[in-house]
Design a protein around this ligand. Sequence first.
Ligand code: CU
Length: 321
Amino acid sequence: MNTAGRLGLYGAGLAAAFAVAFGAAGLVAPREAAAEGTKHEQSTQQEEKGMNGHDAHGTAVQEAVDHGAHTAAETTAGVSLASGGYALAPVSAPVAVGEQGRLSFGILDGSGAPVTAYTPQHEKDLHLIVVRSDGAQFRHVHPTLDAGTGTWSIPWTWSAAGSYRVFADFAAAGADPVTLTRMVDVAGSFTPVVAETSTRASVDGLEVGITGDLVAGSPSELTVTVRRDGAPVTTLQPYLGAFGHLVALREGDLAYLHVHPEGAAPAGAEATSGPDVRFGAHVPTAGRYLLYFDFQIDGSVHTAAFVLEAAGGTAKAPHQH
Ligand SMILES: [Cu+2]
C-alpha cells in the first residue's frame, strides 16, 4: 500500500489517541483537536489528566473520527509534508557524509507562497528536528529565516549515511502549530541501530535516567533525572522556556510527539532546577517510542536518548463505556 493510503487508515484509527496533548505547556495542535472532539460540557483539561476515565476517551474517539480530514491531518503529526494548509518544500542539503554545506527549505502556504511570518512556539519561530530512520543521529536545531525569501537555513554537515527524517515544527502567524516532514537521503551504506528498550543514558559525563510507564491511550508521567558521578544535578538551566525539552517519536513511522515539562516554567533566565524534570505523556498505540531529552547545564545543551515500550491500553476498546 502506498504511504498516503496507509496514513489514511492510521488517521481514522488514531485520531483520538493523538488528539490528546502532552504536558502542561503542551503541544497545541493535538490539544485543540481533542477539544473539538470533546463534548462542550466536558472539561478537556480533566480529560487530558485522565480524571474522566474511559468514557471521555470513547467520546473523543468517535467524534474525532467524525471530524474527518481536518482532525486526521493533525493526528498524523510528523508523517506528512503537508498539513493544516501548509507544506514543507523540498529540503536542500549536502548529499554526502562530511561535505560542508547548508540545510535549507521553505514553508509554503496554501497558495504555494513562502511563509515569512511566524508565531514563536517555545521561544523559537521554527524547531528543526533531524533524525535517521533508525532513530540515530538525532539533532534539534533552530535555523535562521531569510524573511525576504522565506528560506530557512543552517550550516550543515552529515556525519553518517542513511535516510533521514527532517521535521519542521512551527506555527505560521495566525495559524495553529503543525509539524511537517520530509525524507532526505545521504549517500553511503550504514548499519541500522536496532532500538533496545533503554531507560538510562550516558551523555557528556552525565548520567540521565527516565522512569514512568507508557500506556497506549492513557496519560502517563515520565520523570527524567540528571546526575553527575552519582550526585543529583540541580543546576539545569532554562532551555526553550523550560528545564528540558522532550521529543518522542513512534518507532515504525516516526510519528512526532513534542513534549514539554509539567510544572511551572522557569522563574527567570537565572533560575535553575533539577535533578528531576517531569513530563506528561500520552501515547496513541502500544510499541516502542524513541525519546530525546534536550537539557542545558552551564550554557551547554545536551541530549539524552531513551527507548520506552508502551504497553497496550484498553481505553479505546469500542465495547467499553
Ligand atoms: Cu527547538
